[in-house]
Design a protein around this ligand. Structure first.
Ligand SMILES: O=C(O)CCC(=O)C(=O)O
Length: 319
């Protein structure tokens, strides 16, 4: 079975893309969980969240999308099914990242910051855990995807032990845009130069224009640096946890269902949080990275002290 991931089709079970293993059997053993993430760079935990809570959060987000305008959801379907209008792609699907009435609604926060996830990170960090106020809540549209990157480039101004937890709101099969990681990319020798150049970059400080993704082509990563992409068919309740240095991207949403998901970041309570993502969020720049990055035209119109990923890659010798 061929899966569209970024700009490329990869065979599932072939040399570059395999299914990831569930680590939920390690749930009561913090040492084993830490060993697993140190080795693989991620933990795939089926059923970490309560399935019913996640489905209710999906419904709340769809209701919010519906309230943003009649052009968002396809009127031929019940709104609860979450089928986007075929003309509703990037720029039409509401931007929901940050701290707003949907990210901080009771139903959504129950999943993102509820006792199950809070207790998990308390056990995992061996101390009470805290989370950023900023939430990366998204609805991925037809043909949308996220390119390959590490989170350190977006949030390196605090603890290096921040973990991302990616939570799909609903059942999300491979063709709907699942998250994929390169196993071991946080520490494999082949990634050393990648991590010490791209991985150490602070995109905002460098005035980087565009998404911040290293590439949209998954093969560029594994052919150049090694490793294998891993992903899975997700069910509501499942979660993927990974480090700031784990390379990840998403498969393409080839369906017309909105792929709703949220990235939530957690860190040990005694560590410093990147100040841009906590409190009143006044320090957050207007610059959008990732899938909502500025378009080429906006880039051409913006200041001249900006740099592109292509320029940086040339500087680092990744040509
Ligand atoms: O949900 C996605 O498509 C990508 C999420 C992600 O990679 C991130 O926010 O760092």
């Amino acid at each position: 079975m061929k899966i569209k991931i970024g700009t490329t089709f990869l065979e599932l079970g072939g040399p570059h893309l395999k299914e990831m293993q569930d680590s939920s059997h390690l749930m009561s053993d913090p040492d084993a969980l830490r060993k697993e993430i140190e080795e693989k760079g991620y933990l795939f935990i089926r059923g970490l969240h309560d399935r019913q809570d996640v489905l209710e959060a999906r419904r709340a987000v769809l209701d919010y999308i519906r309230s943003c305008g009649d052009e968002k959801l396809d009127p031929a379907y019940k709104w609860e099914e979450g089928v986007l209008d075929s003309r509703c792609g990037r720029g039409c699907v509401p931007f929901m990242e940050g701290k707003n009435r949907i990210t901080h609604s009771e139903t959504v926060l129950k999943v993102l910051e509820g006792h199950r996830v809070r207790n998990f990170f308390k056990m995992f960090f061996r101390e009470p855990a805290k989370t950023f106020d900023f939430k990366w809540l998204r609805a991925m549209y037809n043909e949308g995807f996220t390119g390959a990157h590490v989170d350190n480039v977006y949030m390196s101004r605090g603890s290096s032990e921040v973990c991302t937890i990616w939570t799909p709101f609903g059942d999300v099969p491979l063709e709907m845009g699942t998250l994929a990681v390169v196993e071991g990319s946080h520490k494999l020798p082949g990634f050393k130069k990648f991590q010490s150049t791209y991985g150490n970059m602070d995109l905002e400080a460098e005035h980087l224009q565009g998404s911040g993704w290293f590439t949209e082509d998954p093969l560029e990563i594994v052919e150049r640096f090694g490793g294998v992409w891993k992903t899975a068919n997700f069910k509501a309740g499942d979660a993927l946890i990974f480090t700031l240095r784990t390379v990840h991207m998403s498969t393409v949403n080839t369906t017309h269902f909105a792929r709703i998901s949220c990235d939530t970041r957690w860190l040990p309570g005694s560590h410093k949080a990147d100040p841009r993502f906590v409190g009143d969020l006044k320090q957050i720049s207007d610059l959008k990275f990732g899938v909502h990055a500025q378009t080429a035209k906006d880039e051409a119109d913006s200041e001249s002290n900006v740099v592109t990923m292509e320029q940086k890659k040339a500087e680092w010798g990744f040509q």
